[in-house]
Design a protein around this ligand. Sequence first.
Ligand code: FES
Ligand code: FES
Length: 153
Amino acid sequence: MINLRVNNQDVEVDVPGNATLLAVLSNDLKLRGQKFGCGVSQCGACTVLIDGEPVKSCQTPVTSAIGRSVTTLEGLRDSNGGPGALQQAFIEEQAAQCGYCTSGMIVAAQALLDRNASPTESDIRIALSGNLCRCGSHNRVVRAVLKAAGSPA
Ligand code: FES
Ligand code: FES
């Protein structure tokens, strides 16, 4: 058994030690925000936070999250279970097309906002440089993050 803390809840999972964090979150804990895209740490669709830092969960062993705090897209809801401020900004800016990259974008952007409440466009583009969008929604994503930070473009 492996004990984890995910979205501020203690959970216990019966998984092999070489399981990836992505597999455990998606298959065992039934959290569907993070996505399997490339599987080789290139696209960012699987991004979650460990102790507030974005990680590519497809290449992160679940054991590396033991004793640390994991946050997924689901953990970014507001206190009523609705979209958090950043999620709402993504909705308002229509920052998703197919939506496959969106969870990873939001999670990575949240990490940025948590350490820099007033990022510039350049800060945002650098912070999200590891998150690819094949639909080309990057400009709307940037607008959404600026809006969430209170600096609408
Ligand atoms: S699925 Fe993890 S980076 Fe692409
Ligand atoms: S919205 Fe389709 S990959 Fe980004």
